[in-house]
Design a binder for this molecule. Structure first.
Ligand code: F6R
Length: 607
């Protein structure tokens, strides 16, 4: 949800700002802009559209600034349409800012500033902060920033430059991420690690309400009382290649192919003597036994991983699990107590709704566990315990490998809990864990042949709408299949529990409508097949995802995509792969921007 960067050093900064922003475009790509000190003056260049549009604009107008200190922004529009005037940086000749977040009380501030004679150009909330900084500025940036942040409410990561301080960047954040990259004779700010990885691995993690003053050879950090703060230098352990496409046409495809490795890296260190061991995350068998109920709270794909988790935990450990969409959880007045566990799941660790839900669960006394991919992210820091998934950076907006590693952790958790509660024996726990350990290799084999998925995609591209159906875990998985397809192919799709169709939705089925049926649960196969026949009888063209033992039968499926046979509870972690590939190839065949679907952003740090 917007990416911000900054550079101060000895080198020409425009290329560095553009390059860093290109690593953050996953956070939004409605517009891009930079503000650079050129001969002591702030020069701003910005453009609606992608980063490349900004580059072309500067090239066409011969307006590329030169300088060694600047800030940059890539936007996901919240307040005000995507347009040149709403693009960041905002400000004037004296102060210029880039912002990630939302200023909740911007209307009041705007009113106040208009009364003071300020004239606003954009519809953004950010412009109010730029003008408020200008209003308070009397020559001392630190005092100005402190006064300003004491007036604004909401979330923000701000990169700020003042024309009186041409070789310094000021940065402050609250509830939106910001790191400060550290190198020799040059320093950086960025919303996320991939933006600086090419230049340095060392960084400071700025905490809420800490203010950084950054020059080429110095970084000083202060609290809101201007007291200096010393910080620990963090070292990024992400692989540079992981943030590049590495020969794949799209990040999404690369990330689908990274799943075997991501799952292995996530589960293997947490398996001791063939059973899950989550003690590293502060979870032990005794503590696991005590929870009366489990709440799993997340958004989008991460929430779908939670739905699979619910089915598996309830089935195996016989503990009641509730799954909530984070934005609903907060406002439905949930009933939690200190006897409950709240698990939040998030790839980015920055999703505002999930973070707020986590805080609420803590307030209510529940124990909290975060399953997060990004180290040191806000959610990871807020939760009582953290299990990190080791998917590496996920760049494609549509989540794939983050989902499968979240499932992998759900399985580790469910097996350990089931064993702790005496619902399964140690032998059974070992047997299941060993099967889980074979998943990476199985997925690797599945990824050798993707022709069936390409063919299935070719059957979807001319459809306006389709259905995903399944029962039990197949239903839980279908939710993710449907989301993946609609978000990158723009084809409308819905997921239905196969047995529920006849209660209304089946009236949507017309001649030729594609229906993707997931049929991997042995115990439910016959029932789902009956439901498939019901839609086929009404003209649906059925693509069935099933295991390789399923006999071909044209009366059931027009086309089959098979997965290897595996323990019933583990099928989602295999069957998610063809669902991801079908969505991917549909988007490719439609000629769409797979990695950056319209209207979306990777990290949603607003409510
Ligand atoms: C869909 C997708 C989103 C995210 C959701 C939560 O492909 O990626 O639905 O899953 O925005 O994001 P995180 O996991 O970062 O909290």
């Amino acid at each position: 949800m917007c990416g911000i960067v900054g550079y101060v050093g000895k080198r020409d900064c425009v290329d560095i700002l553009i390059d860093s922003l290109s690593k953050l475009e996953y956070r939004g790509y409605d517009s891009a802009g930079i503000a650079v000190f050129e001969e002591g003056k702030i020069v701003v260049e910005k453009s609606k559209g992608r980063l490349v549009d900004l580059q072309l604009k500067m090239q066409d107008n011969n307006s590329r600034p030169n300088g060694v200190c600047g800030i940059g922004h890539t936007r996901w529009a919240t307040h005000g349409e995507p347009s040149d005037v709403n693009s960041h940086p905002h400000g004037n000749k004296r102060v210029s800012i880039v912002h990630n977040g939302i200023i909740e009380n911007y209307k009041e501030i705007k009113q106040f500033l208009e009364n003071e004679g300020y004239i606003f150009e954009s519809q953004t909330d950010t412009e109010t902060v730029a003008k408020l900084l200008d209003y308070y500025y009397e020559g001392d940036p630190l005092t100005t920033i402190i006064k300003t942040i004491s007036e604004i409410r909401g979330s923000y990561a701000l990169g700020i430059i003042f024309s009186d301080f041409p070789n310094q960047i000021f940065a402050v954040r609250k509830d939106s991420p910001l790191i400060i990259g550290l190198s020799n004779d040059e320093n950086y700010i960025a919303s996320d690690v991939p933006a600086i990885l090419k230049y340095t691995r060392n960084y400071y993690l700025l905490e809420s309400n800490e203010i950084a003053v950054i020059s080429s050879d110095n970084v000083n950090i202060y609290d809101i009382h201007k007291r200096p703060i010393s910080k620990e230098v963090k070292v990024a352990d992400w692989d540079m290649d992981a943030a590049e496409k590495g020969g794949f046409k799209h990040f999404m495809l690369k990330e689908i192919y990274e799943q075997p490795n991501a799952i292995a890296t996530t589960i293997l260190p947490r398996i001791v003597d063939d059973i899950p061991d989550l003690t590293e995350a502060g979870i032990n068998v005794e503590s696991l036994k005590q929870y009366k109920q489990i709440f799993i709270v997340a958004c989008g794909t991460a929430m779908h991983a939670g739905v699979v988790g619910k089915y598996v935990i309830e089935r195996m450990a016989r503990v009641q699990v509730h799954v909530d969409i984070a934005s609903e959880f907060r406002y439905r007045n949930p009933i939690l107590s200190k006897e409950d566990l709240c698990i939040v799941i998030s790839q980015s660790g920055e999703t505002a709704d999930t973070l707020a839900a986590l805080k609420l669960a803590k307030q209510m006394g529940a124990k909290t566990l975060a399953i997060v991919n990004v180290k040191g992210s806000s959610i990871a820091r807020e939760a009582d315990n953290v299990i990190y998934t080791h998917a590496g950076p996920e760049i494609s907006v549509a989540s794939t490998k983050a989902y499968s590693v979240q499932l992998a952790v759900m399985y580790l958790f469910a097996f350990e809990l089931a064993f702790a509660k005496g619902q399964i024996s140690k032998e059974e726990c070992k047997r299941l864990t060993k099967i889980l350990m074979t998943v990476p290799e199985m997925i690797e084999t599945m990824l050798y042949s993707t022709e069936a998925c390409k063919f299935a995609a070719s059957r979807l591209i001319n459809s306006d709408s389709l259905l995903y159906i399944g029962r039990g875990l197949d239903y839980a998985l279908s939710m993710e299949g449907s989301l993946k397809l609609k978000e990158i192919s723009y084809i409308h799709s819905e997921t239905y529990a196969a047995g529920e169709l006849k209660h209304g939705t089946i009236s949507l089925v017309t001649e030729g409508m594609p229906v993707i049926a997931v049929v991997t649960q042995n115990s439910l196969k016959e029932k789902t097949i009956s439901n498939i026949k019901e839609v086929k009888a009404r003209g649906a063209k059925v693509i069935m995802i099933c295991d390789e033992n399923m006999p071909e039968d044209k009366e059931v499926a027009d086309f089959m995509i098979t997965i290897p046979c595996i323990e019933e509870c583990l099928t989602p972690i295999l069957a998610c792969v063809p669902l991801q590939l079908v969505a991917y190839y549909t988007s490719v065949l439609k000629g769409l921007d797979v990695d950056k679907p319209r209207n979306l952003a990777k990290s949603v740090t607003v409510e």
